[in-house]
Design a binder for this molecule. Structure first.
Ligand code: SF4
Length: 406
């Protein structure tokens, strides 16, 4: 399917006016908020918050980041999914992807009889979805082609896309209107970036500053076109030509990337266009809107504060495919703190062994992860992690160090 000819803005506008499209709650807020509190909140975490994000028991001091866990957009998406179940008790309900990158929450939705659209090869199998079924779009959105397909099928669409993500899509629409190429800082295969790029006519996804430097060097000095296309394979729009399509660029981002890196990439491109075309021409070649999500920024800032403390180790909690959690882990690793990325308490196998996901590696067992004697454990969690999961892990650490939690 191609989006080259589709007027994505007009399509979204008409979709939003359809009676089959829902992007607000259904009036069951109170029941749902009670259910969510009982399933995902934790008294222990509240206690730690109340004690200045610190709790000491025996040899263990827990230092919780001052901003962590569920963000506003995630809570909203889960609440909307729960409400959809209440509101459509008899309809079949599907979700186009994991609602958020958290196994606990996704499992809960499965228990509530919400079906996940499966991948068959590289394509999602929408053949299971019938007219009249309810389909939930996750917090990080869905591609415009998927929305179109579901709309054509006559489904009821419950759109939980976070408004911060929609804000990025609006930026991309502005790039397109002026015939700019969108340079998206993100992971090209991540659901959010797939959705964002589906709104662009022309785009290039850059993963990090190093790739952005390669692009800016190409803009300034030219280079090997074939090498460029090979390096960014799968990360650009159909027919993209680096010799033709890098003269007017706009910046967009996956909302959960490292904030400082998104800013650096933006600055680098701005300076490059200024150098290439001169300061007076900058506005005809470069476009940027601030679309860094507050929640991502706050969690990263809190992590930067935490890693300045004297920590024996760091536990970073979140789904292994969660981009924002991985970036929190990156901060700890860069500060040379022994840091373990786990997604649930079950990953703590015992006093000596813990199963974790290293940066850029597969899940593996680490031995002797919990030091003897007095320790300070830094703890944080990604935007899709319920407090209860964090509490279970803290309790387990106290337990392993033989401390009773009161
Ligand atoms: S991390 Fe930001 S963009 Fe993503 S769901 Fe949360 S609030 Fe929205």
């Amino acid at each position: 399917m191609t989006n080259q000819k589709l007027d994505t803005k007009a399509f979204k506008r008409s979709l939003q006016q359809s009676e089959n499209y829902h992007r607000r709650g259904f009036g069951h807020e109170e029941e749902v908020s009670g259910t969510m509190n009982s399933e995902y909140q934790s008294d222990l975490i509240q206690t730690i918050r109340d004690r200045n994000y610190r709790l000491e028991k025996g040899d263990v001091t827990i230092r919780l980041a001052e901003s962590f866990g569920f963000c506003w957009g995630v809570e909203r998406a889960i609440a909307m999914a729960y409400e959809a179940r209440e509101h459509f008790p008899n309809e079949k309900i599907w979700i186009t992807n994991e609602i958020i990158h958290n196994p606990t929450v996704n499992k809960r939705l499965q228990e509530m009889n919400v079906g996940f659209i499966e991948l068959v090869g590289e394509e999602k199998d929408f053949s299971v979805v019938d007219s009249g079924d309810v389909v939930i779009l996750p917090a990080f959105g869905a591609s415009v082609q998927e929305m179109q397909l579901l709309n054509d099928k006559g489904c009821k669409i419950v759109d939980t896309t976070c408004p911060w993500v929609s804000k990025v899509w609006n930026s991309v629409e502005k790039h397109k209107k002026q015939d700019y190429t969108s340079i998206i800082h993100g992971k090209y295969a991540h659901e959010e970036t797939v959705a964002t790029s589906s709104f662009a006519d022309r785009y290039l996804v850059v993963l990090n500053l190093k790739q952005a430097e390669y692009v800016t060097n190409y803009i300034l000095n030219g280079g090997d076109r074939e090498e460029f296309l090979a390096m960014f394979k799968n990360a650009y729009s159909e027919g993209f030509d680096p010799d033709r399509d890098l003269k007017q660029v706009g910046i967009a981002n996956q909302t959960t990337m490292l904030k400082s890196e998104t800013e650096q990439i933006g600055k680098l491109l701005e300076q490059t266009m200024m150098k290439k075309f001169g300061p007076t021409e900058l506005n005809n070649h470069f476009m940027s809107f601030n679309t860094i999500c507050d929640a991502t920024q706050e969690r990263q800032d809190a992590m930067f504060d935490l890693v300045e403390e004297d920590l024996s180790l760091m536990i970073v909690i979140g789904g292994f495919n969660s981009s924002n959690t991985t970036h929190l882990q990156e901060i700890a690793v860069e500060h040379n703190i022994p840091s373990y990325h786990i997604d649930s308490v079950e990953r703590i196998l015992d006093r000596d062994r813990l199963e974790q996901k290293p940066l850029d590696g597969d899940v593996a067992i680490v031995e002797n992860w919990l030091p003897e004697g007095k320790i300070t454990v830094g703890v944080t969690s990604g935007a899709s992690t319920p407090d209860k999961v964090v509490a279970d892990i803290i309790e387990k650490i106290f337990d392993l160090k033989a401390v009773a939690v009161v």
